[in-house]
Design a binder for this molecule. Sequence first.
Ligand code: ATP
Ligand code: MG
Length: 574
Amino acid sequence: MRLSQILIQTLREDPADAEIPSHRLLARAGFIVKTAAGVYTYSPLMWRVIKKFAQIVREELDREGANEVMLPIIQPKELWQASGRWDRYVADGIMFTLKDRKGSEMCLGPTHEEVMTDFVSSQVNSYKQLPVNCYQIQDKFRDEIRPRFGLMRGREFIMMDAYSFDADQAGLDEAYQKMRNAYCRIFDRCGVDYTVVQADSGAIGGAGSEEFMVIADAGEDAILFCRESGYAANVEKATSRLPDAPPGGEPKPMEKLATPDVKTVAQLEAFFPDWPAGRMAKTVLYKATWADEEKLVAVMQRGDLEINEVKLVNALDALAVDLASDEDIVKATGAEVGFAGPVDLPDDVVLLADESLRDRTNLLCGCNETGYHCLNVNLGRDARMPEFRDLRLAKAGEGCPISGKPLEEARGIEVGHIFKLGTKYSAAMGATFMAQNGKPTPFAMGCYGIGVSRTPASAVEQHHDDKGIVWPVPIAPFECVVAFLDKKRGEQIELAEKIYAQLGEAGVEVCLDDRAMSPGAKFKDHELIGLPVQVFVGRKASEGRVELLVRKGLAKVECGVDEVVGKVLAALGR
Ligand code: ATP
Ligand code: MG
């Protein structure tokens, strides 16, 4: 391939909205061009990268017996009503919806559980046809609240989504393990440093899930992990050993004390020097939303710990939780913000407490009266007994739930997510097969996603330097470029053509930079574009000598024309 025939336009300046290296570099090197917020055009070089990554994905999934299909992007509302997800996705605002000319509602697929379940159940009647695993690589549409970071969080993006269908849980466990293995091979092959973490299942639902995280400072997810035990979890899901707190002792009579203007845990600690935060229970009011109702929920947490809102949504089986407004708090508790508590909490407010408060005695709490707090509150005696759930946000430094060693924290970019769905969708949608016992039985399903546009961007996040991108060989748009520096010198063109042909014959994915540019501009362009190995044919062409540059580390060597192929292959690790 000749670069003169490829549309390549590098920029001098970073785009104004680029906050992270991969976005900055992909835009400046001309790989992506913004069409609208969160909507990008992939230039020819980017499309080569995406196709190479997609090919790795295909090869590894095919090895596990998955079938590639192509589902429609436009999906009818009825399928989403059958699974019960239409309202949630519409309420979240994540779904692009549209109406056809007859007024029927449809959406642009944000994910394809419904369509795939409908398709497979129309094809599979008997357990004899199972297991089945189908995938596709296609654009997905999500009207993200904050599209940003270039390809990392787009509103239109490419996803590989796979769905497994088995007769029972044991079959699902096996399908899941196969996909997990395939994912490891995929991310190993494309040269990113990743970890697999326990994850929350979010709006997709199901019984368990793991995320594949590329470790990078720009990651939007926080991960807690332990080197000793191998425990790793998204902070949304993570647990830790409960940090110690001073014991409360034998129950004492409750006392109400004036605490004017003392509202926060820090202020209370200053006001009551003998009551460390670990002996307090703070109460936070949330507005929880379900499909058909909204309720105020009071959530109690030990004063030194934080609430994990993802765990809270799950505990309530709600669509969403938001901090209650000051107005709602005053209306519900009769007190100013900062004095809410379990004591005298109106009955219509749901009361939940974190497990850390179970069996705690003599707590310091709010009592829903402006300017007062209570000491020696004993739940169930002085206040309603709350429902106890794990609502705690685990933090770095706390003990690993397995080894007890301090957990460490890292930032991660979610590039893949695998779920055991069980029968959530098949049961809701009436997707059944005839089991061996002759009974119609819902499929045991798994679903599996990979960010096909996000992963290459994550690779750039991990592989770049201050000069530009440093593509990992397996997903580089070309493995090698041969560039002549002066197009007026026939011997340079001739030698470059010769080396280009030899490398092609040796099986190197090579391009020829035959563009009419100054040598300085060519060097700069290639630093930015980041092809792994670069051969420059310049003034010494007449002596049969060229310069070979390895993009990673920018190491240069001069070598004779006879050595070039061997050296390029060695640099590519072949
Ligand atoms: P996130 O938590 O980042 O919003 P998600 O959990 O909603 O992602 P999934 O539904 O699990 O995403 O989608 C599967 C994969 O698709 C993700 O692991 C991610 O790599 C990719 N992906 C999801 N949303 C986007 C997006 N807006 N832009 C680019 N890739 C995305
Ligand atoms: Mg996910």
